[in-house]
Design a protein around this ligand. Structure first.
Ligand code: ADQ
Length: 501
């Protein structure tokens, strides 16, 4: 990991995200008493940003979602983390159940999430959602402004994701001198989709984002979509399409492309650990014996991930190509997600039903086509699963980046696996060496799986080796360094300009 303390030397970094880096929960003790447990929620982004915060001693503002979060913080929701080293401040913001419903489950995940993924059939809008999104954004923005005022050094605010589309402008309105930037982790939709929001809501969201000095996306496609939306809805903004700079309210806002990645070394290390060498061996003995190939899929159960489409392709594969029966087993590791939303519950049911039906249709005495592990498994275990696999199926209908694809590549220490990757992921625009598929094109998808199953050992190795070399050159720490460097450059360029003026 690079030394991040060389960035932000004379700055205080104030991070804003919905998920917090440390969560306190009440757990049942052995004697039936209640104990408090602290844990770091899983996910690559938090685990990459946490060391940066530790190195730069900033403040992280986030929703205090754990059952013992309030108990573990002071009256203002502040505490020092990580528990062992107290390197930086976590400032928790507590939400009412109605806030969680309207802001998080409502506008963020039932309105914006489907729109950004172009899956308009799941789009649901209510005024109540929008009102809560505004009030919760204002609540977080006020807390950030409070931290800005307390900061010992000049503040840089870094906002994560689509939960806080309005926060940048709200923070700027407080009038403090600061630099604000925001990473948008999911796709950004074209104007024709954004306008499914009521008139005025689309515009308010864009004006909120234009409160930033820099807005970061994974791919140029999303950056161009954002600029297209600004061109259509914000007549008083002027766009320089060469430099991706927007001039608005007397300021310049830069739109940048920074594809996210993973902690490659960590996944390589996990995959190569003796315990995973043994696990991969056991999985292969069990599911990939006698020339049988093992495929894997690893997903949060979300309608953007194309799980029913993948199951349909597998069914057709085994139906139309009987020689694939007993030659190819698929391990599906799927963790439930956002189960409060009915579309997600329906999808869980559809997935489980689909697996049962396929297994009933094709199972033999010695072979089960699909093995479903229906839970959240540890990164350690995932690494073993990725290592054991001959192919990984990523079938997202739309996906900002897709970290599963990169994790699979990192864990393929024997360079045997084939990545079958939806062309609608950000990863597909970056990774060179995958078998690209379109999950909406059933025949093409089936053909892609067949190609991966039948691919020669030589071609597998060449492709995987190429992907691994690319991935090592672009880790999550390179992503982070590129963003921190660009913010420093913009700040320096501005200082020069104002100095010259
Ligand atoms: P997500 O939609 O959550 O993130 P993704 O990039 O696929 O999507 O990451 C999912 C993470 O969850 C991976 O680290 C994976 O290992 C883990 N995971 C999935 N299923 C799991 C299981 N059953 N058990 C344990 N862990 C599991 C959003 C955007 C993405 C973007 C990321 C980062 O939607 O497009 O890549 O942010 O910017």
């Amino acid at each position: 990991m690079p030394d991040f303390s060389r960035y932000l030397i004379d700055r205080t970094l104030i991070m804003l995200s919905n998920r917090e880096p440390y969560e306190h929960r009440f757990v049942e003790g052995v004697a039936g008493d209640r104990a408090i447990e602290v844990r770091q929620p899983p996910g690559g982004v938090v685990s990459a940003l946490d060391p940066t915060m530790q190195a730069t001693h900033g403040v992280w503002v986030a929703w205090g979602s754990g059952s013992a979060d309030q108990r573990s913080a002071d009256a203002e929701g502040r505490l020092r983390v990580p528990p062992q080293t107290s390197a930086y401040t976590l400032r928790r913001v507590f939400l009412e159940p109605a806030d969680v419903d309207g802001f998080y489950l409502g506008f963020a995940n039932s309105s914006l999430w489907p729109l950004c993924h172009l899956l308009v059939q799941h789009f649901e809008y209510r005024d109540e959602y929008w009102e809560r999104y505004q009030s919760v954004n204002a609540k977080f923005a006020n807390v950030v402004v409070d931290e800005v005022r307390r900061a010992e050094k000049k503040p840089i605010v870094w906002i994560q994701d689509y939960h806080f589309g309005l926060a940048a402008a709200m923070i700027r309105d407080a009038g403090e001198p600061l630099f604000v930037h925001q990473f948008w982790h999911i796709p950004f939709p074209p104007a024709d989709i954004l306008r499914l929001l009521p008139v005025g809501v689309d515009e308010a969201l864009l004006r909120g984002l234009l409160g930033n000095d820099l807005i970061e996306f994974h791919t140029e496609r999303y950056a161009l979509n954002f600029l297209g939306c600004v061109a259509e809805f914000i007549p008083d903004a002027e766009i320089d399409s060469e430099t991706f700079v927007v001039r608005y309210e007397g300021r310049e806002i830069e739109v940048g492309v920074f594809p996210i990645s993973i902690d490659v070394e960590r996944y390589e290390r996990l995959a190569a650990a003796p315990v995973n060498t043994a696990l991969a061996e056991r999985l292969r003995v069990r599911y990939a014996k006698n020339y049988c190939r093992l495929g894997v899929g690893v997903d949060r159960v979300d309608y953007t991930k194309g799980i029913p489409e993948r199951l349909r392709a597998l069914r057709v594969l085994w139906e139309q190509h009987p020689e694939m029966r007993e030659r190819f087993t698929f391990l599906l590791v799927a963790t439930p997600s956002r189960s409060e939303i009915s579309a997600y519950r329906d999808l869980e049911e559809e997935m489980v039903r689909g697996v049962l039906e396929i297994n009933a249709q094709f199972r033999t005495r010695t072979w089960t086509p699909i093995v479903l592990i229906h839970e959240n498994v540890s990164a350690e275990l995932l690494a073993g699963v990725y290592r054991a696999a001959d192919l990984c199926l990523v079938s997202s209908l739309q996906d900002g980046m897709n970290l599963v694809a990169k994790e699979f590549v990192a864990c393929q220490v024997e360079e045997r696996g084939v990545l079958v990757l939806s062309r609608f992921t950000g990863a597909a625009e970056e990774i060179d060496g995958a078998v690209l598929i379109n999950p909406f094109n059933l025949e093409g998808f089936v053909e892609g799986i067949r190609r991966a199953v039948n691919m020669s050992d030589g071609e597998r190795k060449v492709r995987m080796h190429r992907m691994r070399t690319q991935l090592r050159a672009r880790t999550i720490f390179d992503w982070l360094a590129a963003i921190l460097l660009r913010t420093e450059e913009i700040i320096a360029e501005r200082a020069r300009k104002t100095g010259a003026a």
